[in-house]
Design a protein around this ligand. Sequence first.
Ligand SMILES: CC(=O)SCCNC(=O)CCNC(=O)[C@H](O)C(C)(C)COP(=O)(O)OP(=O)(O)OC[C@H]1O[C@@H](n2cnc3c(N)ncnc32)[C@H](O)[C@@H]1OP(=O)(O)O
Ligand SMILES: CC(C)C(=O)C(=O)O
Length: 524
Amino acid sequence: MNINHPSFGKIDKNRVIFFDTTLRDGEQSPGFSMNLDEKLRMARILTELGVDVIEAGFPVASTGDFESVYRIAELIKDSVICSLARSGGKNDIEKAGEALKPAKRKRIHNFISTSPLHMKYKLRMEPETVLEIIADGNKKARQFTDDVQWSAEDGSRTDPDFLCRCVEVAIKNGATTINIPDTVGYSTPEDMRRIFKDLLERVPGADQVIFSCHNHNDLGLGVANTIASLQGGARQVECTINGIGERAGNAALEEITMILRTRHDEFPYDNRIISKKLLNASRTLSTITGFDVQPNKAIVGRNAFAHESGIHQDGMLKNAETYEIMTPESVGWNRSSFVLGKHSGRAAFRDKLKSLGYDEFSDEKLNEAFQRFKTLADQKKTVYDDDISALVDDEVRDHEFIRFIDMSIKSGIRASEVLLTLEVDKQNKKVEFTGNSGSVDAAFNAIRKIFPHPEATLSLFSIGAVTQGTDAQAKTTVRLEENGKTVDGQGTDVDTVVSAVKAYVHALNKLLTKRQRQKPENVS
Ligand SMILES: CC(=O)SCCNC(=O)CCNC(=O)[C@H](O)C(C)(C)COP(=O)(O)OP(=O)(O)OC[C@H]1O[C@@H](n2cnc3c(N)ncnc32)[C@H](O)[C@@H]1OP(=O)(O)O
Ligand SMILES: CC(C)C(=O)C(=O)O
């Protein structure tokens, strides 16, 4: 390869040009249209990310598309700005040239289908006509710029001999980049490797141009095919942020970048992408389009650096390389996250308690709190930090004379029937109480029935949610007063009435502790 490229000059044999088509093919995703301001904002993000070529639009498509290419060409000076055009379109190339007028570095990308299926049914053209259009299109594009790209639409399903002829004609007539798209995402990595290798070996002048790949994701192979294309000899990758694009999308820029970084020994291809900016690019695009990436999306998905299972969290705490092949910081995240849930273990739970400021925990206390955490995690989809604090605060209690064991409630419009079991002095006691002032009142009366304490009065009762959602924990505070002594009890539970009963029992235990301090031998 001995290329003196019109936009990039002498190119090292392992240098890969990143061609981003988020604003053209990406915008072809149903529902992903962007207005002018949004395109300008995204173009700025792409150039700051280090993208070499920004495909800004298809000017003949609409006045809006023309204007966005024009305005991006005015604004962006650190990337080549590219405009799409049909090779045989009536006015396409002229419009593309006009829209690129303000660009410091500009490229016209002309294309025409070359597969038998597309030529016969879509274009209704003979192969010889297509060859003439390729010659004319590239010649015309060269009148506007020296940086001309030609694409063989549906190139991967094109007869190899005919593809060689098309590429030769494009090169002879001025194309400096030759793109072979896998337009319908049909190919495998082996196909793509072979196609580029074949063209490089067979087409005269192939060593004077840059070969480019553009892989769609219909079989989920967009990125794998891109890496294989590089192995076959392509040195430009066409891609989009978050992999958006026609149908199942295009190869994702962030994934290609991180494969080339993480496995550089096997794929020693260099590029200008600043990986720390990947997350910001992804998030900006999601905000603009209104479509979030799926949580498990590589690199930029919410779960890409989140760990929930105990064995993984334990490994991560010992050495992050056990479960992460790249650092979250390298792609723009602040840190990995540990999500505490039903699959978590003690190591992560202890670490979380420490980060929440609870470091004075005996192993016994930690185990007790951990069991309560597991019970809670079985009931709740997400256990938030506030849930854990509430649960631990609940655990750090005075001596328990009375313990909540179980409760069931039948609630109607008029009557609430509560069946409550408490442990009192190590013995389970069960009562039933029916009242007509609601479930909480019936439950408190049931407590009084099991453990009478007529001198104490309830002076405060308040309930709130610890976190969000209908499965949030309720946090209740109960205040009891007796002979000038005041105690507050707290209880938390996903069930509001259970949280109220726990709070009442907590307050009662505090009251009993106070009584005991005064008369140690007399509990009740
Ligand atoms: C694989 C890709 O992603 S290619 C890019 C796809 N993107 C788009 O199509 C988005 C923008 N497109 C548009 O706005 C419109 O389709 C336009 C303005 C380009 C054309 O609109 P219309 O003139 O109404 O044509 P329409 O879209 O119905 O059909 C496309 C025509 O282009 C022809 N055509 C397709 N590719 C080429 C080509 N490379 N060279 C010449 N003609 C072509 C088709 O054969 C068809 O011609 P016909 O009307 O004589 O049958
Ligand atoms: C215009 C070409 C490059 C294209 O988008 C495709 O073939 O998918």
